[in-house]
Design a protein around this ligand. Structure first.
Ligand code: DGL
Length: 197
């Protein structure tokens, strides 16, 4: 018999909806419960221990709603809490850093990968670890871009303001000769139209 319980998904805000979009596309038969922790948004500038505590409390809540699996649809929370959450809870818990790192390690031809993320994710070095796990020869440039999170959350993802904020960040990655750019925050895929321009 199929397990009809929902999948729990959370983020600090709208960013995790980019993950929900992919879940709906790839697993159309599943029901989802989405939680945006807007009370504590943004997670990026908070100390790791604080983000870890927030994430564990949310997972506990999602488990109490009888979810069968939890997706931490936030890179900052994945970096801070995934390992501990897997030890603490019996249901499967999925993060977003390893899949992105594996895709980038497979995509790069020169081995130079730049990662745009929140300060919290960059400070954790989790992308560096995951990228080098996938390909030990890869070089990684971490760029913290906290201002992008607020731009997306306020609905300005496809705007002149967004393009102006992205410009120096992308320039930095290109000057470093990156051939692959990881959007290491679930808010950032919403910036793709501005990024392409
Ligand atoms: N969407 C979250 C992430 O992937 C973070 C945004 C925030 O700073 O709260 O890291």
């Amino acid at each position: 018999m199929t397990d009809t319980r929902p999948i729990g998904v959370f983020d600090s805000g709208v960013g995790g909806l980019t993950v929900v979009h992919e879940l709906r596309r790839t697993l159309p038969g599943e029901s989802l419960v989405y939680l945006a922790d807007l009370r504590n948004f943004p997670y990026g500038p908070r100390p790791q221990a604080e983000v870890r505590a927030l994430a564990l409390a949310i997972i506990e809540h999602l488990v109490s709603l009888d979810t069968k699996l939890v997706v931490i649809a936030c890179n900052t929370a994945t970096a801070a809490a995934l390992n501990l959450a897997r030890e603490r809870f019996d249901i499967p818990i999925v993060g977003v850093i390893a899949p992105g790192a594996q895709a980038a390690a497979a995509a790069t031809e020169t081995g130079r990968v730049a990662v745009l993320s929140t300060e919290g994710t960059r400070a954790s070095n989790e992308y560096v670890h995951a990228l080098k796990e996938a390909n030990p020869g890869v070089s990684v440039l971490g760029i913290a871009a906290p201002e992008l999170v607020g731009i997306v959350e306020s609905g300005d993802a496809d705007s002149v303001r967004a393009a102006a904020a992205l410009h120096p960040l992308v320039d930095r990655a290109l000057q470093w000769n990156a051939d692959t750019l990881v959007l290491g925050c679930t808010h950032y895929p919403l910036l793709q139209p501005a990024l392409r321009r």
